[in-house]
Design a protein around this ligand. Structure first.
Ligand code: AMP
Length: 353
Protein backbone atom coordinates (compact mmCIF):
# COMPACT_ATOMS: atom_id res chain seq x y z
CA UNK A 1 0.00 0.00 0.00
CA UNK A 2 1.27 3.43 -0.90
CA UNK A 3 1.64 5.61 2.16
CA UNK A 4 -1.61 7.51 2.44
CA UNK A 5 -2.37 10.83 4.05
CA UNK A 6 -5.50 11.15 6.14
CA UNK A 7 -7.06 14.53 6.86
CA UNK A 8 -8.81 15.00 10.17
CA UNK A 9 -11.21 17.89 10.59
CA UNK A 10 -11.04 18.84 14.25
CA UNK A 11 -8.02 18.54 16.51
CA UNK A 12 -9.57 17.59 19.85
CA UNK A 13 -8.97 14.35 21.71
CA UNK A 14 -10.96 12.36 19.17
CA UNK A 15 -8.77 13.65 16.34
CA UNK A 16 -5.69 12.95 18.42
CA UNK A 17 -6.61 9.33 19.13
CA UNK A 18 -7.55 8.86 15.46
CA UNK A 19 -4.14 10.16 14.38
CA UNK A 20 -2.42 7.79 16.82
CA UNK A 21 -4.40 4.88 15.35
CA UNK A 22 -3.49 5.95 11.80
CA UNK A 23 0.19 6.06 12.72
CA UNK A 24 0.10 2.29 13.33
CA UNK A 25 -0.51 1.84 9.58
CA UNK A 26 2.17 4.36 8.64
CA UNK A 27 -0.57 6.79 7.66
CA UNK A 28 0.31 10.44 8.17
CA UNK A 29 -2.36 12.83 9.36
CA UNK A 30 -3.00 16.45 8.43
CA UNK A 31 -5.21 18.12 11.00
CA UNK A 32 -7.46 21.15 10.56
CA UNK A 33 -8.48 23.14 13.65
CA UNK A 34 -8.66 26.88 14.34
CA UNK A 35 -7.23 26.41 17.85
CA UNK A 36 -3.46 26.75 17.97
CA UNK A 37 -3.40 24.51 21.05
CA UNK A 38 -5.54 21.70 19.63
CA UNK A 39 -4.30 18.51 21.37
CA UNK A 40 -4.15 16.51 18.13
CA UNK A 41 -1.53 18.91 16.74
CA UNK A 42 1.03 17.17 19.00
CA UNK A 43 0.71 13.93 17.02
CA UNK A 44 0.31 14.88 13.35
CA UNK A 45 2.59 15.74 10.45
CA UNK A 46 0.87 18.91 9.24
CA UNK A 47 -1.46 21.46 10.81
CA UNK A 48 -3.99 23.82 9.30
CA UNK A 49 -4.77 26.51 11.88
CA UNK A 50 -7.67 28.16 10.12
CA UNK A 51 -11.39 28.75 10.60
CA UNK A 52 -13.63 25.99 9.31
CA UNK A 53 -15.31 28.58 7.08
CA UNK A 54 -11.99 29.49 5.38
CA UNK A 55 -12.68 27.84 2.04
CA UNK A 56 -9.23 28.54 0.59
CA UNK A 57 -7.60 26.77 3.53
CA UNK A 58 -10.18 23.98 3.26
CA UNK A 59 -9.28 23.49 -0.43
CA UNK A 60 -5.56 23.43 0.29
CA UNK A 61 -6.15 20.89 3.08
CA UNK A 62 -8.27 18.65 0.83
CA UNK A 63 -5.78 18.82 -2.05
CA UNK A 64 -3.00 17.52 0.20
CA UNK A 65 -4.71 14.35 1.45
CA UNK A 66 -6.16 11.08 0.15
CA UNK A 67 -9.18 10.88 2.46
CA UNK A 68 -10.75 12.88 5.27
CA UNK A 69 -12.93 12.30 8.27
CA UNK A 70 -14.36 14.63 10.89
CA UNK A 71 -14.19 14.32 14.67
CA UNK A 72 -17.24 16.46 15.41
CA UNK A 73 -20.49 17.41 13.69
CA UNK A 74 -20.46 21.17 13.82
CA UNK A 75 -18.31 21.89 10.81
CA UNK A 76 -19.99 23.94 8.08
CA UNK A 77 -21.70 21.70 5.54
CA UNK A 78 -20.31 23.82 2.69
CA UNK A 79 -16.73 23.10 3.83
CA UNK A 80 -17.47 19.38 4.01
CA UNK A 81 -18.96 19.45 0.51
CA UNK A 82 -15.86 21.16 -0.89
CA UNK A 83 -13.62 18.56 0.73
CA UNK A 84 -15.81 15.84 -0.77
CA UNK A 85 -15.29 17.28 -4.27
CA UNK A 86 -11.50 17.12 -3.89
CA UNK A 87 -10.91 13.87 -1.98
CA UNK A 88 -12.75 11.07 -0.22
CA UNK A 89 -14.82 12.28 2.74
CA UNK A 90 -15.84 9.35 4.91
CA UNK A 91 -18.48 9.57 6.38
CA UNK A 92 -20.00 11.68 3.60
CA UNK A 93 -21.33 15.23 3.76
CA UNK A 94 -24.82 13.72 3.54
CA UNK A 95 -24.23 11.81 6.79
CA UNK A 96 -22.91 15.02 8.32
CA UNK A 97 -26.00 16.96 7.18
CA UNK A 98 -28.29 14.45 8.87
CA UNK A 99 -26.39 14.33 12.14
CA UNK A 100 -25.77 18.04 12.63
CA UNK A 101 -29.41 19.07 12.89
CA UNK A 102 -31.64 17.37 15.47
CA UNK A 103 -34.81 17.92 13.41
CA UNK A 104 -33.37 16.44 10.20
CA UNK A 105 -31.81 13.65 12.25
CA UNK A 106 -35.03 12.72 14.05
CA UNK A 107 -37.05 12.76 10.81
CA UNK A 108 -34.44 10.57 9.15
CA UNK A 109 -34.43 8.09 12.02
CA UNK A 110 -38.18 7.82 12.05
CA UNK A 111 -39.07 7.99 8.35
CA UNK A 112 -36.04 6.46 6.63
CA UNK A 113 -34.27 4.20 9.14
CA UNK A 114 -37.65 3.33 10.69
CA UNK A 115 -36.41 3.21 14.26
CA UNK A 116 -38.20 4.48 17.37
CA UNK A 117 -37.49 8.02 18.63
CA UNK A 118 -39.06 10.18 21.30
CA UNK A 119 -42.10 12.11 20.00
CA UNK A 120 -40.87 15.50 18.77
CA UNK A 121 -42.22 18.75 17.35
CA UNK A 122 -40.49 21.45 15.34
CA UNK A 123 -40.64 24.86 17.02
CA UNK A 124 -39.76 28.02 15.11
CA UNK A 125 -41.74 30.46 17.22
CA UNK A 126 -43.10 30.85 20.74
CA UNK A 127 -46.56 29.93 19.39
CA UNK A 128 -45.14 26.66 18.01
CA UNK A 129 -43.67 25.93 21.43
CA UNK A 130 -46.98 26.53 23.22
CA UNK A 131 -48.76 24.26 20.73
CA UNK A 132 -46.11 21.54 21.04
CA UNK A 133 -46.26 21.63 24.82
CA UNK A 134 -50.02 21.14 24.65
CA UNK A 135 -49.55 18.12 22.39
CA UNK A 136 -47.07 16.45 24.75
CA UNK A 137 -48.91 15.42 27.87
CA UNK A 138 -46.07 15.01 30.41
CA UNK A 139 -42.62 16.55 30.74
CA UNK A 140 -40.54 17.43 27.70
CA UNK A 141 -37.12 18.66 26.68
CA UNK A 142 -36.60 21.80 24.60
CA UNK A 143 -33.50 21.44 22.42
CA UNK A 144 -31.70 23.64 19.93
CA UNK A 145 -31.54 21.96 16.53
CA UNK A 146 -27.82 22.63 16.23
CA UNK A 147 -24.67 23.01 18.33
CA UNK A 148 -25.90 21.13 21.40
CA UNK A 149 -23.55 18.83 23.31
CA UNK A 150 -23.09 17.55 26.86
CA UNK A 151 -26.57 18.79 27.79
CA UNK A 152 -25.90 22.31 26.43
CA UNK A 153 -28.67 23.85 24.34
CA UNK A 154 -31.45 22.06 26.17
CA UNK A 155 -33.99 22.84 28.89
CA UNK A 156 -36.25 20.38 30.68
CA UNK A 157 -39.87 21.53 30.60
CA UNK A 158 -42.10 20.43 33.46
CA UNK A 159 -45.77 21.33 34.00
CA UNK A 160 -44.76 24.37 36.11
CA UNK A 161 -41.86 25.61 33.92
CA UNK A 162 -42.20 29.22 32.74
CA UNK A 163 -42.39 28.50 29.02
CA UNK A 164 -41.76 32.09 27.91
CA UNK A 165 -38.67 32.25 30.11
CA UNK A 166 -37.41 28.96 28.60
CA UNK A 167 -38.06 30.27 25.08
CA UNK A 168 -36.15 33.49 25.80
CA UNK A 169 -33.22 31.83 27.54
CA UNK A 170 -32.40 29.07 25.06
CA UNK A 171 -31.00 31.61 22.60
CA UNK A 172 -32.27 30.18 19.30
CA UNK A 173 -35.57 29.99 17.44
CA UNK A 174 -34.69 26.78 15.60
CA UNK A 175 -35.77 24.24 18.16
CA UNK A 176 -37.46 20.95 18.78
CA UNK A 177 -39.63 20.03 21.72
CA UNK A 178 -39.18 16.40 22.58
CA UNK A 179 -41.17 14.16 24.87
CA UNK A 180 -39.25 13.34 28.08
CA UNK A 181 -38.44 9.63 27.99
CA UNK A 182 -38.63 7.89 31.39
CA UNK A 183 -35.77 5.57 30.54
CA UNK A 184 -34.36 2.77 32.70
CA UNK A 185 -30.82 3.46 31.57
CA UNK A 186 -28.77 4.91 28.74
CA UNK A 187 -27.02 2.62 26.28
CA UNK A 188 -24.98 3.14 23.17
CA UNK A 189 -23.73 1.05 20.30
CA UNK A 190 -21.05 1.75 17.69
CA UNK A 191 -21.07 0.37 14.18
CA UNK A 192 -18.43 0.51 11.46
CA UNK A 193 -19.32 0.12 7.78
CA UNK A 194 -16.96 0.07 4.81
CA UNK A 195 -17.21 1.01 1.13
CA UNK A 196 -18.17 -2.58 0.28
CA UNK A 197 -21.12 -2.42 2.71
CA UNK A 198 -19.48 -4.76 5.25
CA UNK A 199 -20.36 -3.99 8.85
CA UNK A 200 -18.75 -4.66 12.20
CA UNK A 201 -20.66 -3.85 15.38
CA UNK A 202 -19.30 -3.39 18.89
CA UNK A 203 -21.02 -4.67 22.00
CA UNK A 204 -23.74 -2.45 23.44
CA UNK A 205 -22.57 -0.51 26.50
CA UNK A 206 -24.18 1.34 29.40
CA UNK A 207 -23.40 5.03 29.92
CA UNK A 208 -23.62 6.96 33.17
CA UNK A 209 -23.55 10.76 33.20
CA UNK A 210 -22.62 13.36 35.83
CA UNK A 211 -23.60 17.00 35.31
CA UNK A 212 -24.75 16.07 31.77
CA UNK A 213 -21.24 14.86 30.86
CA UNK A 214 -20.41 11.19 30.28
CA UNK A 215 -18.78 9.89 33.45
CA UNK A 216 -18.55 6.13 32.97
CA UNK A 217 -19.10 3.55 30.26
CA UNK A 218 -19.58 -0.06 31.29
CA UNK A 219 -18.80 -2.59 28.58
CA UNK A 220 -20.72 -4.73 27.97
CA UNK A 221 -23.94 -3.22 29.40
CA UNK A 222 -24.50 -5.19 32.64
CA UNK A 223 -27.23 -7.80 32.43
CA UNK A 224 -28.28 -6.89 28.89
CA UNK A 225 -30.57 -9.57 27.47
CA UNK A 226 -29.79 -11.20 24.12
CA UNK A 227 -33.05 -9.77 22.80
CA UNK A 228 -32.10 -6.17 23.63
CA UNK A 229 -28.53 -6.67 22.40
CA UNK A 230 -29.90 -8.01 19.11
CA UNK A 231 -32.38 -5.19 18.72
CA UNK A 232 -29.62 -2.59 19.36
CA UNK A 233 -27.55 -4.27 16.67
CA UNK A 234 -30.47 -4.28 14.24
CA UNK A 235 -31.11 -0.58 14.88
CA UNK A 236 -27.42 0.19 14.23
CA UNK A 237 -27.38 -1.77 10.98
CA UNK A 238 -30.62 -0.16 9.74
CA UNK A 239 -29.31 3.34 10.38
CA UNK A 240 -25.86 2.67 8.90
CA UNK A 241 -27.30 1.10 5.75
CA UNK A 242 -29.87 3.84 5.27
CA UNK A 243 -27.13 6.50 5.62
CA UNK A 244 -24.90 4.50 3.27
CA UNK A 245 -22.30 5.05 5.97
CA UNK A 246 -18.61 4.64 5.27
CA UNK A 247 -16.92 5.11 8.61
CA UNK A 248 -18.13 4.70 12.13
CA UNK A 249 -21.34 5.76 13.79
CA UNK A 250 -22.30 5.91 17.46
CA UNK A 251 -25.96 5.55 18.39
CA UNK A 252 -27.21 6.73 21.77
CA UNK A 253 -30.18 4.77 23.06
CA UNK A 254 -32.65 4.93 25.91
CA UNK A 255 -33.64 1.53 27.31
CA UNK A 256 -37.19 1.49 28.63
CA UNK A 257 -38.53 -0.75 31.39
CA UNK A 258 -40.42 -2.84 28.83
CA UNK A 259 -37.19 -3.54 26.90
CA UNK A 260 -37.93 -1.14 24.04
CA UNK A 261 -35.06 0.95 22.71
CA UNK A 262 -35.51 4.60 21.74
CA UNK A 263 -32.82 6.26 19.62
CA UNK A 264 -31.75 9.56 21.17
CA UNK A 265 -29.07 10.70 18.75
CA UNK A 266 -26.38 9.58 16.36
CA UNK A 267 -22.78 10.71 15.87
CA UNK A 268 -20.84 9.71 12.71
CA UNK A 269 -17.42 9.73 14.37
CA UNK A 270 -15.49 8.16 17.23
CA UNK A 271 -17.54 8.62 20.39
CA UNK A 272 -16.66 8.98 24.06
CA UNK A 273 -18.70 5.86 24.82
CA UNK A 274 -16.38 3.92 22.48
CA UNK A 275 -13.14 4.71 24.30
CA UNK A 276 -13.36 1.34 26.07
CA UNK A 277 -12.63 -0.36 22.72
CA UNK A 278 -9.03 0.95 22.87
CA UNK A 279 -8.18 -1.67 25.50
CA UNK A 280 -11.20 -3.96 25.28
CA UNK A 281 -11.38 -5.03 21.64
CA UNK A 282 -9.29 -6.51 18.86
CA UNK A 283 -9.77 -3.32 16.82
CA UNK A 284 -10.64 -0.03 18.50
CA UNK A 285 -13.09 2.56 17.20
CA UNK A 286 -10.35 4.96 16.07
CA UNK A 287 -8.54 2.35 14.00
CA UNK A 288 -11.87 1.32 12.54
CA UNK A 289 -12.60 4.92 11.47
CA UNK A 290 -9.17 5.11 9.82
CA UNK A 291 -9.65 1.76 8.06
CA UNK A 292 -13.02 2.80 6.64
CA UNK A 293 -11.70 6.20 5.54
CA UNK A 294 -8.67 4.93 3.61
CA UNK A 295 -10.21 1.65 2.39
CA UNK A 296 -8.59 -1.02 4.56
CA UNK A 297 -10.92 -3.90 5.48
CA UNK A 298 -12.62 -3.42 8.84
CA UNK A 299 -11.04 -5.16 11.81
CA UNK A 300 -12.74 -7.49 14.27
CA UNK A 301 -14.84 -5.85 16.99
CA UNK A 302 -14.53 -8.90 19.23
CA UNK A 303 -14.38 -7.99 22.93
CA UNK A 304 -11.28 -9.30 24.72
CA UNK A 305 -11.92 -7.72 28.12
CA UNK A 306 -14.85 -6.34 30.04
CA UNK A 307 -14.03 -2.69 30.67
CA UNK A 308 -15.19 0.15 32.87
CA UNK A 309 -14.19 3.39 31.17
CA UNK A 310 -13.87 6.34 33.54
CA UNK A 311 -13.64 9.82 32.08
CA UNK A 312 -11.15 12.17 33.72
CA UNK A 313 -12.90 15.52 33.80
CA UNK A 314 -11.12 18.69 34.94
CA UNK A 315 -9.04 18.04 38.06
CA UNK A 316 -9.71 14.26 37.88
CA UNK A 317 -6.67 14.19 35.63
CA UNK A 318 -4.43 14.52 38.69
CA UNK A 319 -5.27 10.95 39.72
CA UNK A 320 -3.94 9.65 36.40
CA UNK A 321 -0.28 9.61 37.54
CA UNK A 322 -1.09 7.21 40.35
CA UNK A 323 -3.34 4.97 38.31
CA UNK A 324 -0.67 4.54 35.66
CA UNK A 325 1.09 2.27 38.17
CA UNK A 326 -1.88 -0.10 38.31
CA UNK A 327 -1.38 -2.98 35.85
CA UNK A 328 -5.14 -3.26 35.26
CA UNK A 329 -5.62 0.42 34.46
CA UNK A 330 -4.98 1.73 30.99
CA UNK A 331 -4.55 5.48 31.24
CA UNK A 332 -5.09 7.80 28.28
CA UNK A 333 -4.22 11.49 28.57
CA UNK A 334 -5.20 13.98 25.92
CA UNK A 335 -2.24 16.34 26.29
CA UNK A 336 -4.42 19.36 27.09
CA UNK A 337 -2.34 22.05 28.73
CA UNK A 338 -5.06 23.84 30.66
CA UNK A 339 -7.20 22.04 33.26
CA UNK A 340 -10.72 23.52 33.33
CA UNK A 341 -13.87 22.38 35.15
CA UNK A 342 -15.96 20.19 32.84
CA UNK A 343 -13.11 19.71 30.36
CA UNK A 344 -12.39 16.17 29.20
CA UNK A 345 -8.71 15.69 30.06
CA UNK A 346 -8.28 11.94 29.67
CA UNK A 347 -9.85 8.60 30.50
CA UNK A 348 -8.99 5.32 32.18
CA UNK A 349 -9.95 1.89 30.99
CA UNK A 350 -10.19 -0.46 33.95
CA UNK A 351 -9.73 -4.03 32.78
CA UNK A 352 -12.23 -6.25 34.59
CA UNK A 353 -11.17 -9.87 35.04
P1 AMP B 1 -28.50 14.83 24.10
O1 AMP B 1 -27.73 16.09 23.96
O2 AMP B 1 -29.70 14.75 23.24
O3 AMP B 1 -27.62 13.60 23.99
O4 AMP B 1 -29.03 14.81 25.62
C1 AMP B 1 -28.15 14.79 26.71
C2 AMP B 1 -28.76 13.97 27.83
O5 AMP B 1 -30.01 14.54 28.24
C3 AMP B 1 -29.08 12.53 27.44
O6 AMP B 1 -27.94 11.70 27.57
C4 AMP B 1 -30.18 12.19 28.45
O7 AMP B 1 -29.63 11.89 29.71
C5 AMP B 1 -30.93 13.50 28.56
N1 AMP B 1 -32.05 13.56 27.59
C6 AMP B 1 -32.01 14.06 26.36
N2 AMP B 1 -33.19 13.93 25.72
C7 AMP B 1 -34.01 13.33 26.59
C8 AMP B 1 -35.38 12.91 26.53
N3 AMP B 1 -36.14 13.13 25.45
N4 AMP B 1 -35.90 12.30 27.62
C9 AMP B 1 -35.15 12.08 28.73
N5 AMP B 1 -33.87 12.47 28.85
C10 AMP B 1 -33.30 13.08 27.80
Amino acid sequence: MKNKILGIIGGGQLGRMTALAAAKFGIECHIFDPDLNAPAFQVCSKTYINDYEDLNAIKEFANGIDAALYEFENIPLKSAQIIEELCLLRPSSFVLSVSQDRLIEKKFLLDKAKVQTAKFYECNSYEDLVNAKNLIKGSSVLKTRRFGYDGKGQIKINYDTDLLEAWKSIGSNKLILEEFVPFKRELSIIIARDHNNNVQVYDTVENKHKNHILDQTIAPAPGISDKIAQSAKKIAINIANELDLIGILAIELFELNNGDLIVNEIAPRPHNSGHWTMDGCVTDQFEQAVRAAVGINLGSTERLFDIVMQNLIGKDIYIADNLMNDPNCRVHRYGKKEVRPGRKMGHINHLIR
